[in-house]
Design a protein. Structure first.
Length: 282
């Protein structure tokens, strides 16, 4: 990896539950997992079912020292962790971060409660990798690797959720998943995370027409994502956390509507890779 490359890869873009079938073949069916390469540094966001494929890729490319940051711990965001091959590799060093349960449960407790009988056949101590569990409080500024700054804020979701802004080498990417907007109101916490961002990865589970039936579920829409990006001066908008019933054809239509409103919008797909331009090439 070149020292100046800021690369984003989507390993899972589906929300709620993984899906399969011909109607989901182009956008994919894995749940949330995002990889960011900041030069020589690797960060992963969430451990949905897409994490399994991410693990195979990291092993193939020789990455053995990296970070995994959780937005929260609902099933679709953690289900891939027990099937993540690097945690069973004694040559791997992995830092795991969470802040959505600050004061209630540590990152270590969260993972230990999930990965144990009867929910999983074995306990966490089967892992051979060096696991460093790190806790933070919403609003903290994290510095997981040299030159990498990660800003945090709380999102609106049942049980809590953290939004992230990753800054590196003059560029910025925001991960805003599992958040519910209020009609005709822009969340100042989200605006702070996405201000002038090169890429905003945003929860677009529902359409505006569907929102009235789903108030309280903790999700948002592509329409509101566009409004936020316009207000914050963001450059590109990745629609993701796709509803598990949303077919390829329906996502094609949503992407078209979003692009008509905001040229930098697109519907994220499993396996999609983006390379951010250098800050002086924008």
């Amino acid at each position: 990896m070149d020292d100046d490359v800021f690369l984003i890869k989507f390993w899972g873009v589906r929300g709620s539950i993984a899906v399969s079938g011909p109607e989901f073949s182009r956008y994919g069916g894995n749940t949330i997992c995002i990889e960011m390469r900041c030069g020589k540094h690797t960060l992963l966001f969430d451990a949905g079912s897409g994490l399994r494929s991410a693990g195979r890729s990291l092993r193939a490319s020789g990455v053995t020292d990296f970070d995994l940051l959780f937005t929260h711990c609902h099933y679709d965001h953690i289900i891939g962790l027990p099937f993540f091959a690097p945690i069973y590799d004694r040559s791997v060093k992995l830092a795991l971060w969470s802040g959505h349960l600050a004061g209630r449960m540590t990152t270590r407790q969260m993972v230990d409660e999930f990965m144990r009988p009867p929910w999983f056949p074995v306990k966490l101590d089967i892992c051979k990798a060096s696991l460093d569990f790190r806790d933070f409080v919403s609003g903290d500024v994290l510095r997981p690797r040299e030159g990498v700054v990660v800003r945090t804020a709380s999102l609106t979701h049942p049980g809590g959720c953290i939004g992230y802004r990753v800054e590196w080498d003059g560029r910025a990417v925001a991960v805003i998943t599992d958040t519910e907007h209020q009609p005709d109101k822009l969340d100042p916490a989200v605006l702070g995370l996405i201000k002038d961002a090169d890429l905003v990865i945003y929860d677009c589970t529902y359409t505006e027409e569907e929102m009235e039936r789903h108030r309280g579920d903790g999700h948002s829409t592509w329409d509101h994502g566009v409004k936020l990006c316009e207000a914050a001066g963001a450059r590109r908008l990745a629609l993701f956390h796709h509803d598990p019933t949303r077919t390829d054809e329906q996502l094609d239509e949503i992407e078209k509507l979003a692009k008509d409103r905001f040229a930098g919008a697109f519907a994220a797909r499993d396996g999609q890779t983006l390379k951010l331009p250098l800050h002086n090439e924008r």
